[in-house]
Design a protein around this ligand. Structure first.
Ligand code: FPP
Length: 232
């Protein structure tokens, strides 16, 4: 297998288990989200230090609107604070911020912070932090097909890839989902076509550098054949 195929470029994290982590400590769910947001900084650093160039985070799905308003507001506040804090790091690392999702229903403050950071970091291409915010993969695909509707010729795979929020990003190589759940939950279905899936019982707030390293090492232990056969 060619070395280029073996390289782990893009990791997607489904950050699950914040609520259970808080419940186990008799704390409100928002406390779990706070600890979950704190965990992200180390995970990103470990990914970027181990050759990963693109990280996607599932921060808020199109289905998460069914949660209590207080919890939704807390998640958006945490996101806003995270972006405030992490923006310095984006410039230091020459990392581009991508937001996948429809920002129209989020607060003006958060929307403008996202839009500004996306525009200001658009010139960077060493690393990418892709945050899925009010994101759902089916929704993204419907949006893409509608964007392509007027195209007279036959639609190709490339056309669809280019019409997604992740247009110029490589496919996801590895999906990490914490908390023991084994579902994709509408997370980048198209981009995960050839991804490896790493499931761990660790709850997201406990996911740290060591756990990140374990997931990366696990990936490199997998044989990826992309539908072919070994040693072909
Ligand atoms: C899933 O755990 C987690 C979420 C829906 C929100 C994730 C948000 C953060 C980690 C904080 C903000 C994000 C960023 C990028 C700074 P859950 O609440 O479903 O946990 P449970 O299954 O144990 O209830």
């Amino acid at each position: 297998m060619a070395d280029k195929e073996r390289k782990l470029k893009h990791v997607g994290f489904i950050m699950d288990g914040n609520g259970r982590w808080a419940k186990a400590r008799q704390k409100p769910r928002t406390f779990g989200h706070k600890k979950g947001a704190d965990a992200i900084i180390d995970v990103l650093e470990e990914c970027f230090n181990n050759g990963v160039t693109v990280v996607s985070l599932y921060a808020f799905s199109t289905e998460n609107w069914s949660r209590p308003k207080e919890e939704i507001d807390a998640i958006f506040d945490l996101l806003d604070n995270f972006l405030k804090k992490y923006s310095k790091k984006l410039y230091e690392k020459k990392a581009r911020l991508v937001i996948s999702g429809d920002l129209s229903p989020v607060s003006k403050g958060l929307r403008e912070r996202c839009e500004k950071l996306v525009a200001d970091t658009a010139c960077f291409n060493e690393y990418v932090l892709n945050i899925a915010l009010n994101y759902g993969s089916r929704n993204e695909l419907v949006r893409a097909f509608n964007l392509l509707k007027g195209k007279g010729e036959e639609i190709t795979e490339e056309d669809i890839s280019k019409a997604l929020y992740t247009a110029d990003l490589p496919d996801i190589d590895l999906v990490v989902r914490t908390s023991g759940e084994m579902r994709l939950s509408n997370f980048f279905l198209w981009q995960c076509a050839y991804a490896e899936f790493y499931f761990t019982d660790v709850l997201w707030p406990d996911f740290n550098k060591e756990e990140t390293k374990k997931a990366i090492e696990w990936f490199y232990g997998r044989k990826r054949r992309f539908g072919g056969i070994e040693n072909a």
